[in-house]
Design a protein around this ligand. Sequence first.
Ligand code: CP
Length: 304
Amino acid sequence: MKSNSLVSIDQCSKEDILRILDNARKFEEDPNRKVLKGKVAATLFFEPSTRTRLSFETAVNRLHGRVIGFQDASTTSSSKGETLKDTILMVSNYADLIIMRHHLEGAARYASEITDIPIINAGDGANQHPTQTMLDLYSIRKTQGTLDNLNITLVGDLKYGRTVHSLIVGMSHFNPTFHFVAPNELKMPDEYKNFCDAHHIKYYEHSTFSQEVINDSDILYMTRVQRERFTDLEKYERVKNVYILRNSMLEDSRDNLHILHPLPRVNEIAYDVDDSPKAYYIQQARNGLFTRQAIICEALGITI
Ligand code: CP
């Protein structure tokens, strides 16, 4: 990484990514080590989270560090009007590392510019979710045996979905072919299609979640339509159940197909898919523990 903070996946070279994934594999073999003894990590969650916050906190605890922080900003002095700048500067007095999720795009980058301690972006609005990408890459490599030359189908909310935006950038080193499946209202933003063009990455856009696309995929990456990003709830109601993956749709899929989802899910994966050996979203979230242990050590300059 160019700095010790991780605010965007585009900071990471291919070598950075592969090193972090290799270190994550070591943590999967042994997640309980004393490498963070004496260190304090702050988790500042201005937006709700289950997996990201708890996996980060578990990562620190298993490495024998300590955690401070909040999961509800309404209990902090930001509810009295304290600015993000002052909050970050205060927490920097207490902790060695800040892990933050914020609804404003660019919030983590801004924080990294005003403090000397490393910032890890745990999601900033519809922009980026780089640690999710690292665990997605880990999960893809683990299930496919490689990151190279894969057909990856991204399904659902491709407009507001920060995980798919980060994944495009993270996969760009590995010659993927993308299929973007989204209704017109939630299409992949031009910014990311331009990125693909600039990096000679093949992509195809679809509004129908067809059997042909499913059968051609190595990875099917389902996403939730994010109610919290809509200002017009009628629009949300129109698109919320637009694509639902059911087990019967996997009959002729490739043997190596795996289904990923950053979670939480709402309706986009039927529960009958859970018993399929191709369903990988629960293990995917587990992989978040090991990849976040590797990311924390990278940010703090700790060699594994
Ligand atoms: N994937 C993810 O970011 O989940 P949480 O919102 O529960 O952290």
